[in-house]
Write a protein that binds this ligand. Structure first.
Ligand SMILES: O=C[C@H](O)[C@H](O)[C@H](O)COP(=O)(O)O
Length: 230
């Protein structure tokens, strides 16, 4: 599906945002394999190295503040609203900035990320980047106002918390499951996103709303499904 996404949306001369994570690696390899002459803007340290390692042209948002397309992965995709959860790799803020500078955001993911109700597939919580000194204040406010459980993400091969490429911390908020027939549409996620972002100390949330043009899901049998349906 990474090949399909690259083949369908990228061509010579485009300015391309390059996402972060494990899935995007295959898309970047496809760009290199095809010898596409594109200018690449990274979304993380990992993404920058990926661009370099594949011999692609590296740029930044200062040089290229307007991008044609960004290609990225996701942790969960609501296929009705095309709202995404991202930030499992703590790269959400730069990813969202780069996506916001792009005309199109193309998502590549495997079938395990396909969802009809966010939080069902990605159960580790909504990633929220915060200024370090504010983390406890933000956790308390989120839990008090919106319930659920919010925790500071701890590093695996380092003592203490995960530190983002921006020098901040990540809170993972396991938000409450929806009640009955409650409709969690784009309006619901937009309002929630705005409210969380208004908490002082919050830098960005992993909710990507109204940004995605197309999602490619790789299925178990090797086939690819896309949303919105063509
Ligand atoms: O912070 C990380 C990014 O949002 C990734 O794009 C997301 O976690 C998906 O990563 P992967 O392709 O490794 O599942």
């Amino acid at each position: 599906m990474r090949c399909r996404a690259v083949d369908n949306h990228l061509k010579n001369g485009l300015k391309v945002g390059i996402g972060s994570g494990s899935t995007i690696v295959f898309a970047v390899q496809r760009i290199a394999q095809k010898g596409l002459d594109v200018i690449c803007v990274p979304t993380s340290f990992q993404s920058k190295q990926l661009i370099r390692d594949n011999g692609l042209r590296l740029s930044d948002l200062e040089e290229c503040p307007q991008l044609d397309v960004t290609i990225d992965g996701a942790d969960e995709v609501d296929v009705e609203s095309l709202v995404l959860i991202k930030g499992g790799g703590a790269a959400l803020t730069q990813e969202k900035i780069v996506a916001s500078a792009s005309k199109e955001l193309i998502i590549v993911a495997d079938y395990t990320k396909e969802s009809l109700d966010l939080g069902q597939k990605w159960t580790k919580g909504l990633p929220i980047e915060v200024i370090p000194m504010a983390y406890k204040v933000v956790i308390d406010k989120i839990e008090k106002s919106y319930k659920g459980t919010a925790v500071l993400r701890m590093a695996k091969a380092k003592a203490g918390p995960v530190v983002t490429d921006n020098g901040n911390f990540i809170i993972d908020w396991i938000f409450p499951a929806k009640v009955g027939n409650e409709k969690r549409d784009i309006k619901y996620w937009s309002e929630l996103n705005t409210n969380i972002k208004m908490i002082t100390g919050v830098v960005e949330t992993g909710l990507f709303i109204g940004m995605t043009s197309r999602v490619y899901f790789g299925q178990n049998d090797g086939s690819v499904t896309t949303f919105p349906k063509q």
